[in-house]
Design a protein around this ligand. Structure first.
Ligand code: HEM
Length: 300
């Protein structure tokens, strides 16, 4: 009975997030650690926890979109509005592939996404021109990912020492640079300074409001029922609870401290436990470990 329930949950998780078991990506040359440090790295430990990536996802996206140029790019060019689930799956796939994929496959996916980005550009509603491959924008989007993921891991998995956090940021930095950034923070103190420098450039605008309404199920295009809307909004607020006070206030996702502590946090903790119980290890993590430690990776 429990096994049936577990299988059902794995099927649901895979339907929403993808399988991530491609042999040509996660298998490959024996001994190849890939781009993010390989077995024993913080990136492998943290990104191997699907629950963490799931909870962090919404927070990282909202942090990225607080930059009006990134928001305009997604607003004007993204397939998100048509197929949000596929878009979210592909973003999760990017994080997993660049972390656990063999070096060649991980580099290939970064190059592929760069080609997509080279076609993204335009003018923001306030008249400022933007292009996705602007190194400053790439740096901001890149940084939002390990920043949010690190905070989710600390809250829902285990505390990280400052040495571990620095190591994780350092492992992730080459991926940001390969993606087109000139510079990305590699330590927590660089991250804190960088975020402070970026803050004046971040804003809540009509496009971000539209995006928030869309993911909260409050849009005309993809409306959700009342219960689903309440569930989504609590998940959005719980995700943003990972981020600083100012970011919650800016996005209108701030909730009273008691609600965050006694309702939103515990609900996410339960979700994390259930995900870990159902799928303690993603196929790509096992396949990558087998590849990197020298045994041939088996298909899932
Ligand atoms: C390191 C930084 C970035 C990462 C890791 C990243 C990740 C991705 C990924 C994985 C895709 C492919 C999605 C798919 O195949 O469906 C993609 C596409 C796209 N990205 Fe980025 N991105 C970054 C920066 C940016 C920036 C700065 C902008 C906007 C200014 C942007 C806007 C877009 C758009 C409009 C697409 C087109 C595909 C779609 O959304 O449907 N990205 N990005």
């Amino acid at each position: 009975m429990l096994e049936l329930l577990r299988k059902r949950m794995v099927a649901d998780l895979e339907a929403a997030g993808g399988r991530h078991d491609e042999l040509d990506i996660y298998g490959g040359p024996a001994g190849d650690p890939g781009l993010a440090g390989g077995p024993g790295s913080l990136s492998w430990e943290i990104h191997g926890d699907l629950a963490t990536l799931g909870i962090a996802g919404t927070a990282t996206v909202l942090m990225e979109l607080l930059h009006p140029s990134v928001m305009a790019g997604v607003h004007d060019h993204s397939s998100f509005w048509v197929d949000p689930e596929r878009r979210a799956r592909n973003t999760l796939g990017y994080v997993l592939r660049t972390t656990f994929g063999n070096t060649q496959a991980a580099t290939r996916v970064i190059e592929h996404v760069k080609r997509i980005h080279s076609r993204v550009g335009g003018v923001r509603p306030d008249g400022v021109a933007y292009r996705a491959l602007d190194p400053e924008l790439i740096a901001w989007v890149h940084t939002s990912i390990p920043w949010g993921v690190m905070r989710a891991y600390e809250r829902y998995a285990r505390p990280l020492s400052s040495v571990e956090k620095d190591q994780y940021l350092r492992e992730q930095a080459p991926i940001g640079r390969l993606g087109g950034a000139d510079w990305v923070p590699e330590t927590v103190s660089e991250l804190d300074d960088y975020v402070e420098r970026m803050r004046p450039k971040l804003a809540m605008n009509a496009q971000l409001l539209r995006f928030l309404d869309f993911i909260a199920g409050r849009s005309v295009e993809l409306p959700a029922g009342r219960l689903e809307r309440a569930y989504r909004w609590s998940a959005i607020c719980a995700a943003m609870d990972l981020m600083p006070d100012w970011a919650r206030k800016l996005t209108g996702t701030d909730q009273p401290a008691a609600l965050r502590r006694f309702a939103l946090g515990p609900a996410e903790r339960w979700k994390a436990r259930i995900v870990r119980w159902a799928q303690p290890e993603l196929p790509c993590v096992r396949m990558a470990r087998e590849r990197a430690t020298g045994s041939a990776a088996r298909a899932a």
